[in-house]
Design a binder for this molecule. Structure first.
Ligand code: FES
Length: 256
């Protein structure tokens, strides 16, 4: 993990959200999809705590983060930052997704805004020649990932709550038809969805083998170094610090 100053290179509207591209070659070179970056969101120590982001794009010199509209003061400050600003970043935090070497067909499942954090993994898996399906849900078409952002080889399924794009309903409704196809599952969503996913895997595959599904445990990190204990939760059979053991876990460990 390193602390570095990242140059804000570009800001771009993405539906109701904003994406910021940050140039930080030392940090970008170490980043794996699913890992977190903690960013200071003020010029001084107010607010004191950094905000947690899982990049939505990673290349050798830079990474991008997505800022959805919410009431958080730190993220509101970040929304106003202009190209040329330097932002204090700490990362990468924790363990990211691992592309299973023997899996050929990768099913990526993204619930709500967390779906965007799967984009670097989707890009990487497609570039390595895996067959990739991405399935996401969102409130409406406005929040969905534009198909143009995906590699052409990726099969894309959308469910929206209001029915304005793809299938009407939630992501879980897509599982029965998609799971039998997949050699491996990569997920970024909430705990409710992970429980539904666990049940759907059991129904489709008899036994949910360890290593079959990886899932991003979403939370805000305070220190990101294992020092403050604020991220300790009951997971993987004990009390664990998510910033060290995760934030990507085997789904079996999240559910037990
Ligand atoms: S965020 Fe401080 S121990 Fe994990």
């Amino acid at each position: 993990m390193i602390q570095t100053r990242a140059l804000l290179e570009a800001r771009e509207e993405a539906g109701s959200a904003l994406s910021l591209r940050l140039r930080a070659p030392d940090l970008a070179a170490q980043l794996v999809p699913g890992q977190a970056v903690l960013i200071q969101t003020g010029w001084g120590y107010d607010p004191f705590l950094r905000r947690t982001f899982h990049p939505i794009a990673i290349d050798s010199e830079s990474f991008a983060i997505r800022l959805a509209v919410d009431g958080d003061r730190g993220r509101a400050w970040l929304r106003l930052a202009q190209p040329g600003a330097e932002l204090d970043c700490l990362g990468p935090v924790g363990k990211g997704f691992i592309l299973p070497s023997r899996a050929r067909r990768i099913l990526c499942l993204g619930g709500g805004d967390a779906a965007w954090t799967l984009l670097p993994l989707v890009q990487r898996a497609a570039a390595l020649g895996h067959a990739v399906t991405l399935a996401t849900d969102a409130l409406s078409k406005r929040q969905t990932i534009p198909a143009a952002m995906l590699p052409i080889s990726v099969e894309y399924h959308i469910a929206t709550i209001d029915g304005s794009a793809g299938r009407k309903g939630a992501l879980s409704a897509l599982l029965p038809e998609l799971l039998p196809w997949a050699d491996a599952v990569i997920a970024a969503a909430d705990m409710d969805f992970y429980r539904q996913l666990g049940r759907a895997i059991e129904a489709a595959r008899v036994l949910p083998p360890k290593g079959y599904a990886q899932a991003l445990y979403q939370m805000n990190f305070l220190c990101g170094t294992g020092a403050c204990q604020a991220c300790a939760v009951d997971i993987a059979g004990g009390r664990r610090r998510v910033c060290l053991r995760g934030p990507v876990f085997d789904l079996v460990d999240i559910l037990r």
